[in-house]
Design a protein around this ligand. Structure first.
Ligand code: SAM
Length: 244
């Protein structure tokens, strides 16, 4: 996304803490970038770090796998934390990516860690009853779709668990709009951070302190959108038809 990391990291204490942990990463984590996908290196490292932190709490739920790049980073995070929980990955693979997805996971040695479902996230949500430590949302990018995923799955995320959305900070209209709204009104989120176009936060019990933390996160989020605007213009880079 071309904005220097130092500028955006300075805005988020939660990112600086995560990056400090990630500096101790095994170099093999870069193997994930060999999997075809739509995630930048720093976004992969972000997911890896969140998955490691979330590992004691439960499964990692991935909405939108494509060919498995983000799946790989989440799986490696759980693996390296010694978790026995799987990544539970949902994608209907309407664009025919299912074979590549499975081949990539097998080739890179993480297939056993991934429970893959060729299904829409909203179809799977009602029956899902295992604890969730990381909720990673990168599926339907329409505003309606991303809101539905949040409403379906956030109640199932454990307290202390991590929520992450891809393609925020004006990369896509839908996730950006939802994250803006959540950071304005929600009192269940703290430790807000932006890495690349991922916005992450930790789920907490409702409190006024969290509301203040989320509002501070919103101010920093808007600062990132302005830094990006110098290179990419104001407003979302991508939007579903009829959305802006
Ligand atoms: C942006 S790609 C995901 C990229 C992937 N996370 C990566 O690291 O490369 C979006 C994916 O979401 C899937 N998708 C779209 N709507 C979905 C839904 N309702 N539930 C689950 N997956 C969905 C699409 O099939 C597509 O593969």
């Amino acid at each position: 996304m071309n904005v220097p990391h130092a500028q955006t990291d300075a805005l988020f204490p939660a990112v600086r803490r995560l990056v400090a942990e990630l500096e101790a990463l095994p170099g093999s984590v870069a193997e994930g970038l060999a999997v075809e996908g739509l995630l930048e290196e720093r976004e992969g490292l972000c997911l890896y770090g969140l998955a490691r932190r979330a590992a004691p709490l439960g499964t990692a739920v991935e909405i939108g796998s494509y060919k498995g790049r983000s799946t790989w980073f989440v799986a490696r995070g759980l693996e390296d934390a010694g978790s026995s929980w799987p990544v539970v990955a949902f994608d209907p693979h309407l664009e025919g990516t299912q074979d590549d997805f499975h081949a990539n996971l097998a080739r890179t040695g993480v297939a056993a860690r991934v429970e893959a479902h060729a299904a829409f996230s909203h179809e799977a949500a009602p029956a899902f009853d295992r604890p969730i430590g990381l909720l990673w949302i990168d599926g339907d990018h329409t505003y309606t779709g991303v809101c539905r995923d949040f409403e379906d799955w956030f109640p199932k995320l454990a307290l202390g668990g991590w929520l992450a959305f891809h393609d925020t900070v004006n990369h896509w209209h839908g996730p950006t709009r939802l994250v803006r709204e959540l950071l304005m009104r929600d009192d269940r989120l703290d430790s807000v951070g932006v890495m690349g176009t991922i916005t992450f936060a930790r789920k907490r019990a409702p409190s006024p302190t969290n509301r203040a933390a989320a509002l501070a996160g919103r101010a920093a989020f808007e600062a990132v959108t302005l830094l990006r605007a110098r290179r990419m213009g104001l407003g979302p880079v991508n939007a579903a038809p009829g959305e802006r």
